[in-house]
Ligand binder design. Structure first.
Ligand SMILES: [Zn+2]
Length: 109
């Protein structure tokens, strides 16, 4: 799916829908947020694959792609099995998402 750049104010912003991949619907058990698409964390990254991690974009819960490309919540055992540097990267991304969501919520109030 490709969408043109959107203009917001004076700045152009590449919206996440540019590289969005349609998913089986998934409801986050942590916050109840319904997801049906995902976007890569970096431009130009291919669609997700089995075993890739993802985040709920409402609460930043850590998710994992199953063999049928459905999502599930990652467990502590999943993370313990990963490279420690990669797990630190996951937690940094989670923190950044939460900070971003907190800023957006403050802007809406
Ligand atoms: Zn959530």
């Amino acid at each position: 799916m490709t969408e043109p750049l959107k203009e917001i104010g004076q700045k152009e912003l590449v919206v996440s829908a540019t590289h969005a991949t349609r998913l089986k619907e998934f409801t986050c058990k942590t916050c109840g947020y319904l997801m049906d698409a995902c976007s890569p964390s970096e431009q130009g990254v291919n669609p997700p694959e089995v075993g890739d991690y993802a985040f709920c974009m409402n609460c930043a819960a850590v998710l994992l792609f199953n063999s049928d490309m459905s999502l599930r919540h990652a467990t502590e055992e999943d993370l313990i099995a990963e490279d420690p540097d990669f797990v630190l990267y996951i937690f940094k991304m989670q923190r950044d998402i939460r900070r971003g969501m907190a800023i957006i919520k403050r802007m809406e109030n």
